[in-house]
Design a protein around this ligand. Structure first.
Ligand code: CA
Length: 511
């Protein structure tokens, strides 16, 4: 994972130079804690591949996601790690969390491995020496812009500051994983009249000019993102915008601009507030698309829209705020509701016959059903921009070009590892591994959740809601999947939970 800067410099000299046409602009639009059902865009499909609408699709209002989906392709089998920081580090490095070892969300001030978690997991996160997507793009001539939530490293670590990771511009990014408040009148969690916010550590930095105003956090970030993109265009520089909204993560502050849309819904107040956060995020997407169009760069700007993990819910009442149903589980879970996220890829203005769109044609309104993950963005973006992956940097992801063009990719491994040697979340200390339609979950410490067994085995095509555990009925498949899971963990040099002595690794066992 570590990398020597002199090698980086020499590798980047090998990257092609950019004459005409200018390289494509890249936007990663990342929404925090947005699950696959938290939108009016239907992602899930029937067996024939036709999108299926559910009541939640009619509850949420995301017209700009609809607009983006109509211009491009959406994936219904796109996986993220089921908590924040692992996904973010995977986007930055192209690596699986087992390999980069940020396997849990980063608590800004402490090592939250969990009582039996590996104490040496990478809780300080990314460092100045790491190979990251923005660092490579910056070396290729891009203006690298970070707007929104960082959560790449703990408070005193290098990763707390996105500018240490290759971003030239950082607006509002720090160690915190949530905003103290979405309200400008509450200074986004910073002190108001000398009185600290409810969670002082979650105060959002860098937006002082909006303090004391009615500007909702998602709006302030959008204004800043658009201004920084405008600066890059004015300077004639290609840009990489990593726009990581704090929305739609807790706290569920109602956005007054949209509250009336949900008042008659009969849903609990927090569910209504959550829906306003979703709609405010969506307005941000629309504002960005309009701004790119006005700047004249939309046809050469690729938008990669995604969530970082499944949506959140209070313990005991999974439907009180959001739900991934018909998928099972939510944020933090070993079920698909935790790790299946919305993903849309589109040119900001589609259908233009630019060199970039000819090179990467994205069919309008298409749905891709093949398995892909957050690890794939790193190699995909680098290939598209001509930036080289430095020698010695291992990438777990694979390029998405073929899938983005709507075609099946027969040469692609359809596998996804999620390694979570931690608690405390809804299900503790587990690893899951997907291979095509099959999914195995290994519980290091069997519990009621797993029926006091180490193993759960599901066939997702026949049983998308993971309700029929086939671990006993399919012993040969279980063994094969466990062998593949253990091989991948070994390949990534994964860290394991520890026994009561807090030292001895507890490794998975074959059935
Ligand atoms: Ca998250």
């Amino acid at each position: 994972m570590k990398f020597l800067l002199p090698v980086l410099a020499s590798c980047c000299l090998l990257a092609p130079s950019f004459a005409a046409p200018p390289p494509p602009n890249i936007v990663i639009f990342l929404v925090d804690d947005m699950g696959i059902m938290d939108t009016s865009v239907p992602f899930l499909t029937d067996a024939a591949g036709k999108p299926e609408r559910y009541p939640l699709n009619d509850f949420y209002r995301t017209p700009n996601m609809e607009r983006l989906a109509a211009r491009g392709i959406r994936f219904n089998n796109f996986c993220a790690m089921s908590v924040c920081s692992p996904t973010r580090a995977s986007i930055m490095t192209g690596q699986n969390a087992a390999r980069h070892r940020t396997t849990n969300w980063i608590s800004p001030d402490s090592n939250n491995a969990g009582p039996h978690g590996p104490p040496q997991w990478n809780w300080k996160g990314l460092t100045k020496g790491d190979v990251t997507l923005p660092r490579l793009l910056q070396a290729s001539g891009y203006r690298t812009i970070h707007v929104g939530k960082g959560h790449f490293g703990s408070r005193e670590s290098e990763g707390a500051e996105p500018r240490n990771l290759g971003f030239v511009v950082n607006v509002a990014g720090a160690a915190n994983g949530a905003p103290g408040s979405y309200y400008g009148r509450q200074n986004y969690g910073n002190p108001v009249n000398g009185k600290a916010g409810r969670i002082p550590g979650n105060a959002v930095p860098g937006l002082e000019k909006y303090h004391g105003t009615d500007t909702f956090l998602s709006e302030a970030l959008t204004l800043e993102a658009n201004a920084r993109v405008g600066d890059a265009v004015k300077a004639g520089q290609p840009f990489f915008l990593y726009f990581a909204h704090y929305a739609v993560h807790r706290p569920f502050n109602s956005d007054p601009r949209f509250a009336a849309h949900y008042q008659g819904s009969g849903k609990p107040p927090e569910a209504q507030a959550f829906a306003t956060l979703v709609e405010g995020m969506d307005k941000s997407l629309g504002d960005l698309l309009d701004h790119l169009d006005r700047l004249g760069v939309a046809e050469n700007t690729l938008i990669l829209f995604l969530g970082d993990n499944g949506s959140d819910a209070p313990l005991g009442d999974p439907h009180a705020i959001a739900s991934a149903a018909p998928l099972r589980g939510m944020k933090g879970s070993h079920y698909e509701g935790g790790m299946r996220v919305p993903f849309i890829a589109a040119w900001a203005k589609a259908g233009a016959s630019t060199a970039h769109q000819k090179r990467l044609p994205i069919p309008a309104g298409a749905i891709q059903r093949q398995l892909a993950s957050v690890e794939d963005l790193f190699p995909t973006v680098l290939a598209l921009t001509g930036a080289a992956i430095p020698q010695g940097h291992i990438v777990d992801g694979a390029r998405l070009d073929m899938l983005l063009s709507g075609k099946p990719d027969a040469n692609r491994r359809e596998t996804f590892l999620m390694h979570y040697p931690h608690s405390p979340h809804r299900s503790d200390y587990w690893s899951s591994y997907r291979d095509g339609a099959w999914k195995v979950i290994y519980h290091y410490f069997p519990s009621k959740v797993s029926g006091d067994s180490h193993y759960q085995l599901f066939h997702l095509a026949q049983d998308p809601s993971e309700s029929n555990n086939l671990a006993t009925a399919e012993p040969a498949k279980l063994r094969q999947m466990m062998e593949a899971l253990m091989a991948k963990l070994a390949e990534d040099a994964a860290l394991f939970p520890v026994a009561d002595d807090h030292l001895t690794p507890v490794k998975p066992q074959l059935p």
